[in-house]
Design a binder for this molecule. Structure first.
Ligand code: FE2
Length: 282
């Protein structure tokens, strides 16, 4: 089996992990979950973080085949379109991104977005679809719950799980965005837990609870034993009740609306302005 190499990049302002996945022998790679730098107060967008990923790919003389999203992120802006403009490659996403687009289009007044023409992304993955990263074969598992479009990319014994699970000491992701479902997240986690215990899980965020050092890779076995929200034997009703109650206490992410309106367009920035819908609480 071809050896998979993984290089992680930590975007500290959003606690996001981006990955470059590659086969050293073949020299082809994929970027998973990239990020732009965005300052909410000033509206300034810059590419310092994405440029470090681009520089890594260039300096290792890798060919970029894919720029992958595990889901439409609600807390950072993807750099997918920017990276494609510099290195080529195809932007891939789970097919249910169209459901996220449909949910947010009216909220954000995105009248120009034509959901049915499937033109924002280069490829919309089906469940269980296989694709090549050079000599590697990757498989897509639909793992909805945090969002309806969430997918996990499995490459040999590595699973890039987006925001389904976090490191065992941080638990699981919220399910209260439009299209989210604690019940679906439970089922998706069971799907991940059905992989071999030795499967390495690469998370999309690490919030470093208690100020601990950065960690972003666990295993199926470790998560089943130690995850503080959902162990291997945790019953569905217990998890769904816990997750639903917890989500009621969480604040809206600071970058929700800027992130979603850019991310459902694969990282293309809107002309001129970012929109934030208002709701009158009086
Ligand atoms: Fe997320």
């Amino acid at each position: 089996m071809m050896t998979v190499s993984v290089e992680a990049f930590f975007h500290s302002s959003t606690s996001t992990l981006s990955y470059v996945v590659f086969d050293m022998a073949g020299g082809h790679c994929a970027v998973i979950d990239s990020a732009l730098d965005f300052d909410l107060s000033s509206g300034v967008v810059c590419t310092e973080f994405a440029d470090t990923i681009i520089e890594y790919i260039r300096s290792n003389q890798l060919t970029l085949d894919w720029i992958l999203e595990t889901h439409a992120h609600a807390d950072h802006l993807t750099a997918a379109s920017y990276i494609r403009s510099k290195l080529g490659g195809k932007i891939g996403v789970g097919r249910h991104i169209v459901d996220v687009q449909a949910a947010f289009k009216p909220l954000l007044g995105m009248d120009d977005l034509n959901i049915s023409d499937y033109s924002e992304f280069d490829h919309y993955f089906e469940d269980n679809e296989e694709f090549a990263i050079g000599l590697l074969t990757a498989t897509v598992l639909e793992t909805p719950g945090h969002t309806s479009d969430s997918v996990t990319y499995v490459v040999n014994h590595n699973a890039f799980i987006g925001d389904t699970l976090f490191m065992p000491d941080f638990g699981s992701a919220r399910c209260d965005f439009p299209g989210g479902s604690a019940k679906q997240l439970f089922d998706s986690i069971q799907r991940i837990y059905s992989l071999a215990d030795s499967t390495r899980l690469w998370v999309c965020h690490d919030y470093q609870p208690g100020g601990r050092e950065l960690k972003y890779q666990t295993t199926v076995g470790e998560s089943k034993t130690d995850n503080i929200h959902i162990k291997g034997e945790t019953p569905e009703t217990e998890f769904v009740e816990f997750r639903t109650e917890r989500d009621k206490q969480l604040n809206v992410p600071k970058l929700l609306y800027p992130s979603v309106q850019v991310n459902i367009l694969a990282g293309q920035l809107p002309d001129g302005f970012i929109k934030i819908p208002i709701s009158k609480a009086f």
